[in-house]
Design a protein around this ligand. Structure first.
Ligand code: PLP
Length: 454
């Protein structure tokens, strides 16, 4: 780590950058930050030429690996035409073609695509479409949203209101709007000591009670289907998803799926809602939509939602929302190529083997470990919950930063992972190979032992 260029970059980083979700005092005290320069398949390569397996897909977005030739080519080709033009008052070829392809693979009933630039904005758009929809329909009391406790929907003020997290958003609380919360089965199971079946029944019963009280005021249910990612990889069953969706439908409210993290194959299906065979009124997409190449997001809507906004221009019923780079042609063209890879390389079919390997590897290397309190997996999304005493469910004191130290120990073994507190997250690109997945699991287990045996 004594390369001169590395030191110059590190010092400039320390002098000028402010990193997201980062306690900068700790960052500045670290004189060996990882500085990425290149990518190669499922690997990150730092400025010193060291290679790290991208164990969390560059924050859950990379899908087919880095420098994927078909994606690089799509981007270069589009660059030879135009980098950006606006969606306000005109259209563009990639934005149109991508919309057509997204609708072709989306859950039934979704017919319209509204673009934005990040997952948080995709949720913000859903929130605003839903709110305006009810106002336009004359059901003006429907202004309340229902979400799962500890759900995460992004970091704009609107999406942070929906997905309020005490750790992330408490200083923002004075300006956030109130949201109704349903405790998911995970909380009943872990905070209240129930078995999985009882936990699910209790969560559904509690949700029913809440929905009955507010049924005429509900604008929509917003949910991360199958897996609450940032909460700490809290999974729920397809039955729970079906039940909760049914309750929302019975209350006459909208169903909004946030597939920003779970979409594009992560759970073993193209979209996580496919596990339950349920379709939403609005669906939020981001992260993997471009294969992890460029910032692009989309909110898909049904024709009924879309129709409510129609009218004469002077009636001002339009959806007045947008950003400068909405529907960016470079991002849309790489997203289109991403969908092409899913189809041509039969990605969803191919990853089933990796999912089975993941399950077996987790069982073999982590089940029964004295510091592993829980292992949660849906497809290639995994959370391994680390505790001081797994049997008694005693967590490590947070000041020990156990999860972060395990991730740091993994880096020495050539694996880049980022935990959520003391939950180790494994979420590799869908293109991970047998040997790479074996390395990811093995290095994570060794790192866990190294840190927890002290
Ligand atoms: N929704 C979910 C479920 C997420 O996991 C995330 C990010 O992790 C977001 C929304 C926000 O996406 P972005 O970071 O692109 O704004």
């Amino acid at each position: 780590m004594d390369n001169e260029r590395y030191k110059r970059l590190r010092d400039a980083d320390h002098r000028h950058l402010w990193h997201p979700f980062t306690q900068m005092r700790a960052w500045l005290a670290d004189d060996e930050p990882l500085i990425v320069e290149r990518g190669d398949g499922n690997w990150l390569i730092d400025v010193n030429g060291r290679r790290y397996l991208d164990g969390v897909s560059s924050l859950w977005c990379n899908v087919h690996g880095h420098r994927k030739p078909a994606l690089d080519a799509a981007l270069s080709e589009q660059l030879g035409k135009i980098a950006h033009s606006t969606m306000l008052g005109m259209s563009s070829v990639p934005a149109i073609e991508l919309a057509r392809e997204l609708i072709a693979i989306a859950p039934s009933g979704l017919t319209r695509v509204f673009y934005s630039d990040s997952g948080a904005e995709a949720v913000e758009v859903a929130l605003r479409i839903a709110t305006q929809y009810w106002q336009l329909r004359g059901e003006t009391r429907r202004t309340k949203f229902l979400t799962l406790t500890e759900s995460y929907h992004g970091d704009t003020a609107g999406s942070a209101s929906l997905g309020y997290s005490e750790i992330f958003h408490r200083y923002l609380k004075p300006i956030l709007f109130p949201v109704l919360k349903i405790d998911p089965p995970h909380l009943f199971r872990f905070a209240r000591g129930l078995d999985p079946t009882a936990a699910e029944a209790a969560a559904i019963a509690a949700a029913r009670n809440l929905i009955v009280v507010y049924r005429d005021e509900l604008a929509g249910l917003v949910i991360e289907p199958m897996m609450q990612g940032a909460a700490g990889m809290w999974n729920h069953s397809a039955d729970f998803l079906r039940a909760i969706t049914k309750l929302a439908r019975e209350a006459g409210t909208l169903v909004i799926f946030d597939e920003v993290a779970v979409g594009f194959g992560r759970t073993g299906r193209m979209f996580a809602s496919e596990h339950a065979g349920v379709a939403p009124d609005l669906m939020c997409l981001g992260k993997g939509i471009t294969g992890g190449y460029l910032p692009l997001a989309a909110t898909l809507a049904t024709e009924a939602m879309f129709d409510a906004f129609l009218g004469e221009p002077h009636e001002y019923r339009a959806f007045y929302y947008g950003h400068t780079y909405t529907g960016n042609p470079l991002a849309a063209s790489v997203a289109l190529a991403n969908l092409g890879i899913f189809r041509d390389e039969r990605v969803i079919e191919r990853i089933q083997e990796r999912i089975v390997q993941m399950r077996a590897g987790l069982e073999r290397r982590f089940a029964g470990h004295p510091h592993v309190a829980d292992i949660r997996q849906v497809g290639l999304m995994v959370g391994i919950e680390i505790m001081e005493d797994a049997g008694r469910r005693t967590p490590y004191p947070s000041r020990l930063l156990t999860g972060a130290r395990i991730a740091r120990a993994a880096r020495k073994r050539g694996v880049a992972i980022r935990p959520l507190g003391d939950v180790i997250v494994l979420m590799p690109p869908l293109s991970i190979t047998f040997d790479e997945l074996d390395l990811l699991l093995g290095a994570t287990r060794e790192s866990l032992d190294e840190i927890t045996s002290v």
